[in-house]
Structures are given as C-alpha cells and as structure tokens.
Design a protein around this ligand. Structure first.
Ligand SMILES: [Zn+2]
Length: 346
C-alpha cells in the first residue's frame, strides 16, 4: 500500500500506536499469542478491519481497541509493533510523525509503565535505524477512563515518565480516552504537573463534546488540541486560539466514523483554516480507521474544500507544531516552505 501521490514531506501529529498496528503484524501476533481473531485469513482480517471502521460513537470506537491492546502486553510485542509501524510510515513517504500510546494500558501481564515506554522506544530506535530519512517522536498519553480520581496516580506517573524520557525519544504527553464522563477541567492536575515539569503537551478535546472542552484545554495552556473541531461552534474562542498559535490536530475520517461530524463536506476544518487557525490533518488510527494519510488528503481536496497548496501549508503548520527538537525539524520545514512557495507562485 505504498503511496506517494502527494510528493511533499508528510507530517502526522496524531497517530495512536494501538490503532495503527499494520494488519499483517496484528494477524501474526494474534497467532503467536493464540488470541482468537474475527477472521481466518489475513485477507478476511483486512476486510473485517475495513467493515468495522464505522461505529456509532467515540465510546464504541474505543471498544475496538481491545484486540490490539490484548496483543500489546509484552515488551517484545510493543517493540515489534512500533518498529513495523515506522517501516509503514517510511514506505508511505512520511517526513515526520509523532506516535502516541498510553503506557498504563499495557500493564495486564506485569509490565510497568516504564517497561512499556522503554519497549516502545526500543522499537522506535530500531525502526529509525532502518529508515534514517524519517523523524519520529513518542507522545505518552494519560487516560480518561472514568472519573478523574480513578487513575490520577497512573496519569501523574505518565507525566513524570514523559519528563524523564524527554530528549530520549519521548517528545511530550497527551490526555486521551473517553470524553464527557466528567468535565475535562477535572483533569487539570495532569496538566498542572506537565507545566511544572516543562513537558510539552497536547490534549484531546472538542471532539464528541462541545467547545467547552476546547476552553478547558486552552485553560490548561495547551499549544495543541487533539481534534478540537467543535471550536467552530464557539467563534468567541477563535481569537484566543489564533493569538496563542494553538494547532488543531484534525482527523477527518475518525470524526465521521465516530459521528462527531456528519460528513467530509460538512466538516468545519476548512472554515477554521480560512479563519487563520492552524489546522493540520492526521489519521488518528491508520488501521482501525482503515485510512491512510494520503486518503485523508484526497478527502481534503475532493470533499472538504482544501486546495493542494493548503495541504502543504497544513503540513508546514504540523511540522512547526511538532514537539520534536528544532534541529530535527529545520530541514523539513525548509523543504515545505520552498514547496509552498513554488506551488503558490506557479
Ligand atoms: Zn486520538
């Protein structure tokens, strides 16, 4: 499934490891771990992944992560899966990707959060060694799985681990999981600690819930928001988002599959972009959403109203907002700027 119809360096900021395990890797691991699959052959499994990518809500969507999570409970498998995802990204012509995962979801068979982080970092190192032109970094996700008190200790541990491994392959942290169980602002201790430790962070908000969660995320001091498209419903927040240079990590297909937007055509991403907001495009879960980044770009151009040059601009925004070190991003940003100029002067 190698694609390169968009010959500029592709940048993806919002990519969950457990939702992006290459199908052949998932299939092989399930066989090894003797975990029953809903399909007898790899081909049938690929079909199953495609047909089940539509669901009725974000919370139903989250249930689909059970199979990949069952496979990701050992160091060996976490390493292998990270390495194989990096191979796929390189084959698809990515220039930069941030891969995120929640260490606390990988403790069922005795690993610690630290073990999980080290296993993923080992996979990243092996993947990058084979694919030296690609830049990647890992985001560690704290999780919303219920009332914030349920796993606050685990979430704070995730932020502390982010600090410890910052500059060693980890680039920042995030809060992911279910929205709307309790107000997002209840999770402020996670972000208070991130700010105190000077850990870069993003935050899932404004997806299944309204712009009130975008406001909470802004109040945390976030520079990036995972999804955030419901910002469109609160134009009074736009100046604050613009002035603070906040970047939205928009995942169109995921939004439609989760029914948080009705269609590509009605998705407000282009309107937000035209309002001067730093919109970027990601897949969220390349495999569970059954979409590649280039297919997202097809939707951007074919149905969402973006021009080709807008895609380059959004990739430039993504590279600028990435938490990777400036020196690792400089070459890529230069190439995107040049391609943007060539495209808009043509
Ligand atoms: Zn996400």
């Amino acid at each position: 499934m190698t694609e390169n119809r968009y010959p500029f360096p592709k940048v993806e900021l919002h990519l969950h490891l457990d939702g992006s395990i290459p199908p052949e890797t998932m299939f092989a691991l399930a066989e090894k771990e003797q975990i029953p699959l809903p399909a007898a052959t790899l081909e049938e499994f690929r079909t199953w992944l495609k047909v089940t990518s539509d669901c009725s809500s974000v919370n139903e969507y989250l249930e689909r992560f059970e199979l990949p999570l069952q496979l990701l409970q050992s160091r060996e498998n976490l390493t292998l899966v990270t390495e194989s995802l990096i191979d796929v990204l390189a084959a698809q012509g990515y220039g930069l990707a941030e891969i995120r995962f929640a260490p606390q979801l990988h403790l069922r068979r005795g690993l610690t959060q630290r073990d999980a982080v080290e296993a993923v970092l080992a996979g990243q190192e092996a993947g990058l060694k084979k694919n030296p032109s690609l830049k990647t970094g890992i985001l560690l996700c704290a999780m919303s799985i219920g009332p914030e008190t349920l796993n606050m200790a685990e979430n704070l541990e995730t932020v502390r681990l982010t600090k410890e491994y910052l500059g060693k392959g980890v680039v920042g942290c995030d809060l992911a999981g279910a929205e709307g169980i309790v107000p997002l602002r209840n999770f402020h201790p996670v972000f208070d600690l991130a700010r105190e430790l000077a850990v870069p962070f993003t935050c899932h908000a404004g997806d299944s819930q309204g712009p009130d969660t975008v406001l909470d995320a802004l109040d945390f001091g976030t520079k990036r928001i995972g999804h955030g498209h419901h910002l469109y419903d609160a134009p009074e927040l736009w100046p604050r988002v613009r002035e603070n240079g906040v970047t939205l990590e928009i995942c169109p297909t995921s939004n439609i599959q989760c029914k948080t937007q009705p269609s590509y055509a009605l998705h407000p991403a282009k309107k937000l972009f035209d309002a001067g907001i730093r919109v970027t495009i990601s897949t969220d879960n390349m495999v569970l959403a059954a979409v590649t980044l280039e297919e997202e770009y097809d939707h951007c151009i074919g149905e969402m109203g973006f021009a080709y040059s807008d895609l380059i601009r959004m990739n430039l925004y993504a590279a600028e907002a990435s938490f990777l070190p400036e020196e690792e991003k400089a070459g890529l940003i230069g190439r995107l700027q040049q391609q943007y100029q060539e495209e808009t002067n043509a």
